[in-house]
Design a binder for this molecule. Structure first.
Ligand SMILES: [Zn+2]
Length: 477
């Protein structure tokens, strides 16, 4: 057991899903030929004037509401001065004393325990460009496409004491932003990025230790590992009588170690001052109410509704709502066939199983919720057997198409062929005198044996109900 406990706070940067950048009309989309989505404003030419994107302001207010923040009625923008090759203006337009959102809360659940994480602030700023380092030619290239993409920075209080809490929080933030429709949260594309402030202190101590900041963490796995490694490093320092230096550190995933990037700056190093080009904003209650009303149903309410109205188990509702793509798919399916329980079961039992096996990809499904719902309905109404439904689903995953067309083409319908049913079951009963004897002497369990045999032989030609009834009839003769 360690003699120390860790304390962490997060700074999460999320790119907003606006079509254009925050201070100009260039496209804010990810990627593109380097420097093809730039203009004099976002490439920082002298004499240009920024114009604030109204949608970006609306989105940060939504972010504030979904994280239960207070929205400032008066907000303004500041220049954060620093020189870096990916920031051609040599200052970033950000917000210092008057951010749009202040003091919020987000509920997380970690290994079954509920916890509230406090949000210190959320502010709106512009993203910087990207440097591409060419090690072969020993040069660095600047791509300014990302310059000026609207960014919100979510700053938490130091409320985390384990990597599990950090991961649960980031996953919750991703869900909230996705459901609110303001960020796609693609970590691999950098549309959500996370810095972790981390310190350790002796157990029982009221004071926090000196913190370091871990930067450039681009996956949940990297974040969890980096936290673990940095806690170990700080413990070793303190154990050997040394001290932790306040600095920004980089995590090297290959080597599994953190290394110093630079000593940590304080706010005054950036010489913040009010940006003279962007006027402050005063929001009216009406404007804020309208934005609040436009926020769609959020994950927690959805789970509650699925449980209360549809009778879906809480654990199942959590799984469906836990991935917005799956949730949208589910909604499309129940719009086609009003049987939420059966659809939820088949999504979790079959579709997600295949996704987890790598057979299907939620981002590239060749069919929609409506087609999936038809398949579930065919099963529920005894038109197709469970085994054949699996065959149809496999075909839909591989090639797409409607379940009806596939079942027609491959002759997969239940035919209710009573003659065939009688012939097959009579044969099974004649060939298995021992289980028949057992059943007649009161052993109900062998009934499953007859069902299994009949299902196998009939290959979906009769419904389970018809098979069951006929076997029961024969066995009681
Ligand atoms: Zn531009």
């Amino acid at each position: 057991m360690s003699a120390y406990f860790p304390t962490m706070g997060l700074e999460i940067h999320a790119e907003l899903l606006t079509r254009s950048k925050v201070f100009c009309t260039c496209s804010a989309e990810f990627g593109g030929t380097p420097n093809s989505r730039c203009c004099p404003v976002c490439s920082g030419l002298p004499g240009t004037l920024p114009v604030l994107n109204q949608k970006a302001v609306e989105y940060i207010i939504k972010a504030g509401y979904v994280m239960n923040c207070d929205i400032s009625r008066f907000t303004k923008w500041d220049r954060k001065n620093y020189f870096y090759p990916d920031l051609p203006k040599a200052y970033q337009i950000s917000q210092m004393p008057r951010p749009v959102c202040l003091s919020g809360t987000v509920n997380i659940n970690v290994n079954g325990e509920d916890k509230v994480i406090r949000i210190n602030r959320i502010h709106l700023e512009e993203d910087a460009g990207k440097l591409v380092h060419d090690d072969v030619n020993r040069i660095s290239l600047a791509d300014y496409n990302r310059c000026g993409v609207p960014l919100i920075e979510i700053v938490t209080e130091p409320d985390f004491h384990s990597a599990d809490e950090v991961i649960a929080f980031i996953e919750k933030i991703k869900l909230l932003l996705q459901y609110a429709g303001i960020c796609d949260c693609k970590m691999e594309q950098g549309s959500i990025r996370c810095d972790v402030n981390i310190s350790i202190a002796p157990k029982g101590s009221d004071e926090l230790g000196t913190r370091t900041e871990l930067k450039n963490l681009n996956s949940l796995k990297a974040i969890a590992r980096a936290i673990e490694v940095e806690i170990e490093r700080q413990e070793e320092l303190l154990e050997s009588g040394e001290r932790v230096i306040q600095q920004t550190r980089r995590f090297n995933e290959q080597l599994g170690e953190t290394t110093a990037m630079r000593s940590k700056e304080d706010a005054h190093d950036y010489r913040y001052f009010p940006d003279p080009d962007i006027p402050p904003i005063i929001f009216t209650e009406e404007e804020l109410d309208e934005i609040k009303r436009s926020i769609p149903e959020l994950p927690e309410q959805r789970v509650a509704r699925y449980v209360d109205e549809y009778g879906i188990k809480k654990a199942d509702a959590d799984i469906i709502v836990g991935d917005k793509r799956v949730c949208d798919f589910f909604d499309a399916a129940i719009a086609q066939y009003d049987n939420p329980k059966a659809i939820a079961n088949y999504i979790i039992g079959e579709l997600m199983r295949r996704i987890n096996l790598g057979e299907a990809d939620m981002d590239a499904l060749k069919f929609g919720g409506a087609e999936f719902a038809q398949l579930v309905e065919f099963m529920q109404t005894d038109k197709i057997s469970q085994a054949n439904a699996k065959t149809v689903l496999r075909e839909m995953i591989d090639k797409g198409g409607s379940p009806k067309d596939i079942a027609d083409r491959d002759d997969l319908w239940i035919k209710e062929d009573n003659d065939l049913l009688a012939k097959v079951v009579d044969e099974i009963i004649a060939n298995n005198p021992k289980p028949v004897e057992q059943y007649k002497s009161g052993d109900q369990k062998v009934f499953g044996f007859f069902m299994g045999q009949a299902n196998k032989a009939l290959k979906g030609a009769a419904s389970p109900k018809a098979i069951q009834e006929y076997i029961r009839k024969k066995l009681s003769e």
